[in-house]
Design a protein around this ligand. Sequence first.
Ligand SMILES: Cc1cc2nc3c(=O)[nH]c(=O)nc-3n(C[C@H](O)[C@H](O)[C@H](O)COP(=O)(O)OP(=O)(O)OC[C@H]3O[C@@H](n4cnc5c(N)ncnc54)[C@H](O)[C@@H]3O)c2cc1C
Ligand code: FES
Length: 458
Amino acid sequence: MESIWTKTCRMPAFPSLTAGMDVDVAVIGGGMAGILTAYLLKDSGLSVAVFEKDKIGRGATAFTTAKITSQHGRIYTDLIKYLGREKARQYAATQQKAISCYKKIAEQEHISCCLEETSSYLYSTVDAEQLKKEEESAVTLGLPASFTRQTELPFPVTGAVRFEHQAQFHPLRFLRAVASQLTVYEHAEALKIHGHRIDIRSGKDIHTVRAGQIVIATHFPLLNIPGFYFLRQHQELSYLLALDRAAHLTGMYYCCDPGGYTFRSFGRYTLFGGLGHRSGKLCPGDSYRRLWHHARRMYPRAAVAAHWSNEDPMPHDRVPFIGPYSIWMPHLYVATGFQKWGMTGAMTAALSLSDHILGRSDGHYSIYSPQRLSVRSGLGPFLTDVGHTTVHLLLQKPFVPYGKKNHIEKGFGPTCTHLGCTLSYNPADHTWDCPCHGSRFTEDGTPLTGPARRPLKE
Ligand SMILES: Cc1cc2nc3c(=O)[nH]c(=O)nc-3n(C[C@H](O)[C@H](O)[C@H](O)COP(=O)(O)OP(=O)(O)OC[C@H]3O[C@@H](n4cnc5c(N)ncnc54)[C@H](O)[C@@H]3O)c2cc1C
Ligand code: FES
């Protein structure tokens, strides 16, 4: 799969691991979260190395829409309601800080990544009242929010909340520039972690890396136990088109209505996305065609330059997990659960984890603690997820794959190699997707995204 970012940025090759080694900090995963964490530690005097199983910037970071914003849907009203005003203020302040850090790094390092300051809009076509409430909540938390009915969208809206001084960029051009200053090993897959030792597969060899501290930035965490992150979040998948010859937008737009769409421009292209659903949910037909059908009604002259999908883990209480992996392993850290806002999420993770590792953590990021217990906001989604997983573990679902040469056959979905749920066929991407925790596999059974790591059996 190619996104507009992979089509417009050649990534450099980094060496593979040829022997075991000792480092102060090992970062596992070369996406935005892992690379930024290593970058913020590079001048600390500690030796830091990134280990990436494939090539850097080929995970979720390659398939994002790359809006850099603290406007994460209609979140602030809920955060105030469920976590209280102080925690909500902490979330807002840390996400705003992440935006400034991107701007600062791009400027200091002279990175040519099309980073531009712009406004972000959360819009609705049905309900202005909930947006007015969200605007009030955001303003009380110190965010640059205002209510408007004026947008550049090709349809009327009932209202929108505008956040000023946000940003958008080319994520891979930024990542490439930052990673060029780091020690990175590609095709280096972390297999197991025992204490301070990591078994890393490089080609046919397995090498041992000994690290004082270990950061797991693998998008979905690598270890099931401890941490149990697979019980604390599920994954959601969405589809995107890069449209040529659609109207240029200066702002970034995100809809808070169910089934709404996302928009932003990049150069001559307009990115248009939506049709999000829980990964592994059976969806009839080709989602790209459905998206294209909507796009054509708005932009009759447009043509599709690229199409892709992406998924992200969604924590039950709508707050990412950033910090110590578990109380049992204090030298191990995690960054996950960015709920489709992993650009500011990754920067927040890098700022928080580098503070932890350098012993200067002062509670500024306590809202993200993976050891938190959010009963009020998290219990409902947790029970829904457990019910969902139980059903898919117990039931063998019949499926109808739309395979090669339109060959249609009836049978049963294969079994996921993570914990054994029955997979669903995704006819848009020709993948097998897991409804339990969102692992995805190619038609021939190769794992595409975690938590599953082993290929499907025949
Ligand atoms: C449709 C969609 C649109 C989005 N748009 C936005 C947006 O506009 N703004 C925003 O802020 N966020 C957005 N996001 C979210 C954002 O893209 C992600 O949260 C973010 O890219 C995650 O970065 P990451 O570094 O955690 O993961 P990744 O980029 O996936 O990096 C993880 C890396 O770890 C590697 N890895 C995995 N296992 C191992 C192992 N065992 N050993 C070594 N390496 C390993 C992988 O190969 C991968 O390279 C969007 C998400 C979706 C689904
Ligand atoms: S991803 Fe957990 S069972 Fe499939």
